[in-house]
Design a protein around this ligand. Structure first.
Ligand code: ATP
Ligand code: MG
Length: 332
């Protein structure tokens, strides 16, 4: 039996602005296993949200999927009609989008929105939907669900709104949850509580989760595997322990070095020099080479392919080709 609940194969997405098109997601491959949390990380603008939104056909109008497949239960989601996708969205695949704070309508009570979102997918009475909603609000630790149901979103704190969004996203026990920076706008205590809830959902319901974040600390605590994106491409992919202990790609190494650690509290953090490339321009070689401390001549002219290094671990860097084990070269 196939353990993969979702397969993204060779996904490419372009945006067009002012008559010009540029690729922001290039040939991305990702697989999500049943009950696992896959972390997707990378600097701002590297294509995490675009990849996540492609899954449910939620990209903005000026975006175009130019290649690839997204397979869910044997179906290529990219070939489904809007109506077919709408049936899957919320029921089989839930999403907490990056701007979920503004996704709640401020002029409608939570109960109206929540009950409607359930009844779009299942033919049940308002009373039954109300009960499910309250049960889910309790699941995400909102202890007085009836009160929350009767409030407007602006009457709730940021953490409460985010919990409501999570409750709505999981109310119908989706098989997959896409959580795009679900805790970024929250303070650290609320953030920790919400992460705990998300982890509990996976344990209680066996939900598979794609967790998008630029916070490596969060990913290290929560995820089983990690995909590191740079300039629209996956540059490293593998189990958390292997990627964190032995990063293959200099970009991953740079990201890890820029995470604040308590023992280095007084030291200046090492930032990755330079900026990501402008994707509207043409580039040669490895997209990371202008920022890379390990750059070689090959890197300037030849693009490295994402290759398998060991079981479930991949990297796109010429250092790997030079030596079969990249981590022998890059010692953290
Ligand atoms: N509506 C849009 N029109 C044109 N370009 C866009 C649009 N949305 C995103 N982009 C571009 O696509 C690229 C990828 O953006 P995306 O939002 O996927 O990045 P991200 O990794 O989610 O970043 P962040 O960490 O800031 O959320 C960026 O270069 C961005 O400028
Ligand atoms: Mg984003």
């Amino acid at each position: 039996m196939e353990d993969k609940v979702l397969k993204i194969k060779n996904l490419s997405v372009e945006f067009s602005t002012s008559g010009e098109s540029f690729k922001v997601v290039n040939d991305v491959n990702l697989e999500l296993e049943k009950g696992e949390i896959l972390g997707l990380v990378g600097e701002s603008g590297c294509g995490k949200t675009t990849t996540a939104l492609s899954i449910l056909g939620l990209l903005p109008k000026n975006a175009k999927i130019t290649g690839g497949e997204i397979l869910f239960e044997g179906k290529n989601l990219l070939l489904l009609s809007k109506e077919e996708l709408r049936k899957i969205r919320g029921k089989d695949i839930g999403i907490i989008s990056q701007n979920s704070m503004s996704n709640l309508n401020p002029i409608r009570k939570i109960k109206k929105q929540f009950i409607e979102s359930i009844r779009t997918h299942v033919d049940i009475s308002k009373k039954e939907a109300h009960e499910i909603a309250c049960e889910m609000l309790q699941k995400v630790n909102l202890s007085d669900p009836e009160r929350i149901m009767n409030q407007y979103s602006f009457q709730l704190s940021g953490g409460m709104r985010q919990r409501v969004m999570i409750a709505m996203a999981i109310a119908l026990r989706p098989k997959i949850l896409i959580a795009d920076e679900p805790t970024t706008a929250l303070d650290v205590t609320v953030q920790a509580q919400i992460l705990e809830e998300i982890d509990k959902l996976r344990k209680d319901f066996g939900i598979s989760i794609i967790f998008v974040s630029h916070n490596l600390g969060i990913i290290s605590q929560l995820a089983d595997r990690i995909g590191v994106m740079y300039a629209g491409e996956i540059v490293e992919y593998g189990f958390i322990s292997s990627v964190f202990n032995n990063p293959i790609h200099p970009y991953t190494k740079g990201l890890l070095e820029s995470v604040p650690k308590i023992e280095n509290a007084k030291k200046i953090l090492k930032a990755i020099r330079g900026n990501p490339p402008d994707l509207s321009k043409k580039h040669f070689g490895c997209l990371f080479y202008p920022r890379c401390d390990y750059v070689m001549d090959t890197c300037r002219c030849k693009k490295p392919k994402l290759i398998k290094i060991k079981e479930d671990s991949m990297g796109a860097c010429h250092l790997i080709n030079k030596n079969s084990l990249g981590n022998k070269i890059i010692n953290l």
